[in-house]
Design a protein around this ligand. Structure first.
Ligand code: SER
Length: 582
């Protein structure tokens, strides 16, 4: 059975049973409590809780859909036989129209009569109840009714009806709160194919449950898994949903191992669907997920020596395979342009990152994370480029480092840049193109010189209070209690420019923190430093704790110019300065 036929059979079946067949909603939902659409029921949340009227909107209390879904929770599992990021879900829904009896009977009929699956192959699970609730949980009783329907009305022998607990057979809300309830799952040959949720409750954001006035039905059946089973193939990538893409990749590059092929096929398809729904690569939220998918594809192109343009061939194949069901993927020109723009950003970041790598003898997890954050060079690629330098590096440490910083830096960049795609973001330095990276790097070295010049002119009570460097300017805050005179400003500027003219070498030493302090280098009291720190030297003019990046010698900075000084709070002054290439 072709996948298009499964979609059609499903829609027809429920249309004949008084369901309004509703188009898939976008992968990026209106619901602010979730990032992406992960289930068919999501677009119907308002109907379950009585906030919207299904009769007015659909002419029926019952709907059915084939929904585009994306689950980030499975990203790292992709590569095996079943896991995917993007997938399609067949579902039927009711908001006070029908309940357990009809839902179970129709699901069973569809499986046996429409899909032609032998009754003997079918087993089910129901919610066995959970009275010993954990902290923040309320006890929930056994779903006797579903058990009874399966056994007495459908005639399934008791031994084919398994009772499971909360983890397996209770659907929690998508997002912080929402409809939820016991589930019953249908298995064929021991593989779960269909999940029927009976939304009897609403979970509040404090995790407490209340009974819903009108209980609802929410079912979901993954199309890819169903297609795998119906076609009797070994894995999802051998179904008609994936076969054209997979065989094309094999055609342009033979000998790829299964895992690589599968990751490529999944990520290419998923990226195209995300872009078609308006997602653009960035460093925040959904844009960040898309960026991760695209960059992983590009890393694989390098790592496995694939010279064909995978983006180009994938947009065509996805259009052919899915264009009828999802017309938005026919917009291949724009989708491809978005992919290529990300490719050019990645290539520039890559060139800079490779230069950075040359500075290290050994790359620790922290360094690897820094390189990833600053230059967008993923961990996997380091192993390819410089295997000897990352020999001691452990992926778990890298992931731990990654998780630690991810939330923090994303939140920060989002606030300042409204999600503008940054390729460099150390917290202090921010740039979104390679030209900007080059400029902020010059400004960064100049900022070190500035701090030293301030201390030379104004005295050793001057300490850094903050700094922020973008491609436009450096902004440096320091402790000082009065306005600087024009002479002082001029003197500071001159000192910096003299240091630049001397073309001082810029280099660093990595030292245990106590030893680093003994060098007399400046450090920022607000910053938390690791056990080992880098001390950056600019000739003998300046020494300071810093993670980089910096230019190799000070002449590269160009001319330094102070634009203005201002007060920011009592005892703190701010200087804005720029650098100009003459
Ligand atoms: N919401 C449930 C699921 O996603 C049933 O549709 O499995």
């Amino acid at each position: 059975m072709e996948s298009s036929e499964i979609r059609k059979k499903f829609s027809d079946f429920f249309r004949e049973r008084r369901h309004a067949v509703v188009p898939s909603s976008s992968l990026t939902p209106d619901d602010p409590s979730v990032l992406l659409t992960t289930a068919g029921m999501q677009q119907f949340k308002p109907y379950y809780v009585g906030k919207a009227d299904p009769i007015r909107d659909f002419g029926s209390k019952n709907t059915a859909s084939v929904q585009k879904c994306f689950r980030t929770s499975d990203i790292d599992e992709v590569g095996d036989k079943t896991h995917l990021t993007f997938f399609e879900m067949l579902g039927n829904f009711s908001f006070g129209g029908y309940f357990k009896k009809e839902a179970i009977r129709w699901a069973h009929d569809f499986v046996i009569n429409e899909l032609g699956i032998d009754r003997e192959r079918v087993t089910v699970t129901v919610f066995g109840g959970d009275l010993s609730a954990g902290p923040g949980q309320v006890p929930i009783p056994f779903d006797k009714e579903s058990f009874r329907i399966w056994h007495e009305e459908i005639g399934l022998p008791k031994e084919k009806i398994k009772k499971h607990g909360r983890a397996d057979n209770f659907w929690g809300p998508t997002g912080n709160e929402g409809p939820c309830g016991p589930t019953t799952e249908i298995y064929v040959d021991g593989v779960e194919i269909w999940n029927l949720v009976f939304n009897e409750y609403y979970q509040n954001s404090d995790k407490s449950l209340r009974k819903l006035e009108t209980p609802g039905v929410d079912t979901g059946m993954g199309l890819e898994r169903l297609a795998t089973m119906l076609r009797g193939v070994d894995n999802v990538f051998e179904t008609d949903l994936f076969h054209p893409l997979v065989s094309k990749i094999q055609e342009v590059k033979s000998g790829l191992e299964d895992k690589v092929l599968r990751v490529l096929a999944d990520h290419l398809r998923a990226s195209i669907f995300l872009i078609a729904d308006g997602v653009r690569p960035s460093n925040k939220e959904v844009g960040y997920i898309l960026r991760r998918l695209l960059r992983r594809i590009m890393v694989y192109e390098i790592k496995y020596d694939i010279h064909a343009e995978l983006f180009a061939l994938a947009v065509d194949i996805v259009r052919e395979t899915f264009g009828d069901a999802y017309p938005e993927v026919k917009n291949t020109k724009e989708i491809f342009a978005v992919m290529m723009e990300e490719k050019s950003k990645f290539e520039k970041a890559l060139a800079l990152g490779i230069k950075e790598i040359e500075k290290y003898d050994v790359i620790t997890a922290k360094d690897a994370f820094y390189i990833y954050e600053t230059f967008g060079l993923p961990w996997e690629l380091l192993g390819e480029l410089v295997p000897a330098k990352v020999r001691g590096l452990n992926k778990d440490n890298f992931d731990a480092e990654f998780k630690k910083h991810q939330e923090v830096s994303r939140a920060g960049s989002e606030k300042k840049f409204g999600g503008h795609g940054l390729i460099l973001d150390t917290g202090e330095l921010k740039a979104s193109t390679s030209e900007e990276v080059e400029k902020v790097t010059r400004l960064h070295t100049a900022t070190h010189l500035l701090q030293q010049a301030l201390r030379n002119v104004l005295g050793l009570d001057v300490h850094q209070m903050g700094s922020d460097i973008t491609a436009e300017r450096t902004r440096f805050d320091f402790s000082f209690s009065r306005k600087l005179t024009d002479e002082e400003v001029k003197k500071i500027e001159d000192l910096v420019n003299e240091a630049i003219q001397k073309d001082l070498p810029v280099y660093y030493k990595e030292l245990p923190i106590e030893e680093a302090k003994k060098t007399g280098a400046l450090y920022f009291f607000k910053q938390k430093y690791p056990e080992k720190v880098k001390v950056y030297f600019m000739g003998d003019f300046s020494k300071e704790f810093c993670g980089g990046p910096h230019v190799a010698n000070t002449f590269k900075i160009g001319k330094f110019k102070i634009l203005k000084q201002e007060a920011v709070g009592s005892g703190v002054r701010r200087i804005r300065a720029v650098v100009i290439l003459l």
